[in-house]
Design a protein around this ligand. Structure first.
Ligand SMILES: [Zn+2]
Length: 358
């Protein structure tokens, strides 16, 4: 079943979510949890014989009898190149044999079985489907296998050329498709209006959360947070007592975690498009919410969101990701931006990535 019978298995530290996801995409058994401690990681290495992948020098300097790769670079393409070279891997045989979300090996399923689980366009145009027994996701190959192969060839600087059948298109510079589309710009410029217009045009299964102003007698007194499936709560209010204050608002961490986290986790598990409106300082009062945002961005599902135009460690790290397409909205470009965002997201209908199975 495994495409890499003699290959090492890995455990990646919390900084290396994208590397873990990419290794799974290549077929490698890769254990990763965003809340794993250093001890969890070392334990997995000792008990399960996994190679540790880490950015942390302290983990790398362990005296335990385990193999550790100290990952040097920030870009996932450079990270993959380092791992492939240091361990002498031949990574092009196992593409999409493993679920990138939960690490289970996927199994082929008859086409008829997925009729109700994938979009009609995909069903009509694809012949091979696979299902993850761990989380239920349905995968299909479409154009992204070739795209991933090209990306890999580019990342390895020709190391896999000998294994390729030849005749493939020349490599496109850059990384995997930027599947996380985030709108940014000044408050009031129309990010949310644009997001709503795009969602109406796309008419696909979108889930997630939105935040809106709470108005009383025409004055803004706070913000609500709503799960697109229905439940709603208070994100922040001027009159709310809270240890977390942003501007004149007291932030309601309880409702962020009660409404926002389940909305994101449900969308990450089931939706084709994850909606996050918005990722901003108020929401970030909750570390658990930050983790849910990262799970969504790391997942194979596409994201359409808005991100606050401010500097902050977490927001900066999201903007710097190589799977994020940041679209800056201004008064001048907001009409044309709508077309651009739509064309970025209509790649969804090409089946790029993986569908959601129930
Ligand atoms: Zn899975």
């Amino acid at each position: 079943m495994s495409a890499h019978p003699a290959a090492p298995a890995f455990v990646a530290d919390v900084m290396l979510g994208r590397l873990a996801r990419t290794l799974r995409m290549l077929g490698y058994d890769t254990s990763y949890r965003s809340d794993a401690t250093d001890d969890d990681i070392k334990l997995a290495a000792v008990r399960e014989g996994r190679v540790v992948l880490t950015r942390d020098r302290q983990i790398a300097e362990t005296r335990l009898p385990i193999r550790v790769v100290l990952v040097r670079d920030d870009r996932v393409a450079d990270q993959i190149r380092q791992v492939v070279r240091e361990l002498g891997l031949a990574p092009d045989g196992g593409l999409f044999t493993r679920c990138v979300v939960c690490n289970s090996l996927v199994a082929d399923v008859p086409r008829e079985e997925v009729r109700d689980r994938v979009p009609p366009y995909v069903f009509a145009t694809q012949n091979r489907f696979a299902r993850c027994p761990g989380c239920g996701r349905t995968y299909w190959s479409a154009t992204h296998v070739e795209r991933a192969r090209r990306w890999l060839r580019e990342a390895l600087g020709g190391d896999t050329a000998a294994h390729e059948g030849g005749g493939a298109a020349p490599a496109r510079p850059g990384a995997l498709p930027r599947k996380n589309v985030l709108l940014t710009g000044r408050p009031g410029v129309g990010k949310t209006t644009l997001l709503n217009a795009v969602l109406r045009s796309l008419r696909i299964d979108a889930r997630g959360f939105v935040t809106r102003e709470i108005l009383e007698r025409g004055r803004r007194v706070g913000f609500s947070i709503t799960d697109l499936r229905g439940p709603t709560g208070v994100l922040a209010r001027v009159d709310l007592e809270s240890p977390h204050r942003v501007g004149r608002y007291g932030v309601n961490r309880g409702d962020i975690e009660r409404i926002g986290i389940p909305a994101l986790d449900d969308a990450t598990a089931h939706a084709r498009l994850i909606v996050m409106d918005e990722i901003g300082r108020m929401e970030l009062c909750s570390p658990a919410f930050q983790s849910a945002v990262l799970r969504a961005l790391d997942s194979p599902a596409w994201v359409l969101g808005t991100i606050q135009d401010r500097s902050n460690r977490f927001l900066d790290s999201i903007r710097a990701r190589d799977d994020v397409e940041l679209v800056r909205i201004t008064v001048e470009n907001r009409e044309s931006a709508r077309g651009r965002v739509l064309s970025l997201l209509t790649r969804l209908s090409e089946g790029g990535g993986g569908g959601a199975g129930e």
